[in-house]
Design a protein around this ligand. Structure first.
Ligand SMILES: [Zn+2]
Length: 382
């Protein structure tokens, strides 16, 4: 049985989620604490840190901004430009870039920034997608590694110490740049933030013919290189009250394009638009933990008072965890072709990662699926 937070709609199975004695989750509690934050003070702190890293004579960039082309990264670039910084924007190309994702990357360039894009070898990437999917149930594993390693490698290569990330998943912490001394990143810190699900890059050589030379983009610089440049980072979400919808509105007013309708399995049309594999990624979260992207979004909006808990529950029941037959309009069979997997093979991988205790089964214990292959959770509320 799933136990849900009494305030939002997140189940207890979400990694690192705790429900307290009142049945309220730590994400809701930490949102509650936001009311007490002095954002004016935090904004001044941000200005002080950026001032410290601003290149004195303009001969190098002031910071690295990792950008996907999404609403948050568009917003980050807009903010950095407003604050008078000269960022170098760095993209780690997604696994299966959509047309709308490409359009939004081009839009970021047009905001008036220097920009580099690292596109890792697609043959190696496809092998890593398959290994991630079959071994840890996460097709996006190489992408999650690359979005952390590639900007850090760029910081070393271009000799730009400050990396400006967007939201901090931990929600409490401004990042090492805020410390006045010893604020350089090291590999251990990076690996902790990367979240590799127990599959390490060093486990890969030897699998499917992968060798060390295939993995350059997925490897952090050495501690010596990081220290030489003094690479450090901050999370804008610590200094500016972070809200996806508000970021989307600002991004849109700066040329960002949303999808024509709600994204499959989601509640909204303004995020996760750049990778056709994201539908599979989100679906596996549903199979393992019983919640998908619609739940994530419902929780964000409930906490901000834009959706009632009941409204969230209704939307989640309708939209969450739909079998990913298409994503951003691309059919599943085409998405899988790149990984040399058939839909049938994919379905058996799905079944092997499904947490059978949270879904309805028949008398023989087999998972019950409707005509579209969709599962039903045993309970959608407490
Ligand atoms: Zn909650």
């Amino acid at each position: 049985m799933l136990v849900y937070c009494c305030r939002c709609v997140m189940p207890h199975t979400k990694p690192d989620l705790h429900l307290d004695e009142e049945g309220i989750c730590n994400a809701c509690r930490s949102y509650e604490k936001r009311a007490a934050v002095d954002w004016v003070q935090r904004g001044k702190e941000l200005e002080r840190i950026l001032e410290r890293y601003r290149h004195p004579n303009g001969e190098n960039w002031d910071c690295i901004v990792p950008v996907s082309g999404g609403k948050d990264s568009t917003y980050q670039v807009v903010r950095m430009l407003q604050m008078g910084l000269n960022p170098l924007c760095v993209t780690s190309t997604t696994c299966d870039l959509s047309a709308i994702g490409r359009q939004n990357i081009e839009n970021i360039k047009r905001l008036g920034v220097d920009y580099v894009e690292m596109s890792p070898n697609p043959r190696v990437r496809a092998k890593l997608n398959r290994i991630g999917l079959t071994e840890v149930g996460d097709i996006s594993w190489p992408e999650h590694v690359g979005i952390f390693t590639i900007p850090v490698r760029a910081a070393v290569q271009f000799n730009v110490p400050l990396i400006v990330w967007g939201e901090n998943s931990q929600n409490e912490y401004g990042g090492p740049a805020a410390a006045s001394e010893n604020n350089a990143l090291n590999r251990r810190w990076l690996e902790e933030f990367g979240g590799l699900l127990g599959l390490r890059v060093s486990d890969l050589p030897g699998q499917e013919g992968i060798t060390t030379r295939d993995l350059i983009n997925y490897t952090y610089p050495s501690d010596e290189e990081l220290a030489r440049v003094g690479v450090t980072g901050l999370f804008l979400g610590h200094y500016i009250p972070w809200d996806g919808l508000s970021n989307a509105l600002i991004a849109t007013s700066n040329g960002f394009t949303s999808f024509s309708c709600a994204v499959e399995g989601s509640l909204v049309n303004y995020e996760n638009l750049d990778n056709h594999q994201t539908g599979i990624h989100d679906y596996f979260k549903f199979l393992k933990f019983g919640f998908g992207r619609a739940t994530d979004l419902a929780c964000l909006h409930i906490r901000r008072g834009r959706l009632t808990r009941q409204g969230g529950l209704d939307a989640v029941r309708r939209l969450d965890g739909q079998f990913p037959w298409t994503y951003l309009g691309k059919p599943l069979a085409e998405i899988l072709a790149r990984l040399e997997l058939s839909v049938d093979e994919f379905i058996s991988i799905c079944d092997s990662f499904t947490n059978r205790r949270i879904f309805e089964r028949n008398a023989d214990g087999c998972l019950l699926k409707d005509a579209h292959g969709n599962l039903t959770k045993i309970n959608y509320d407490n």
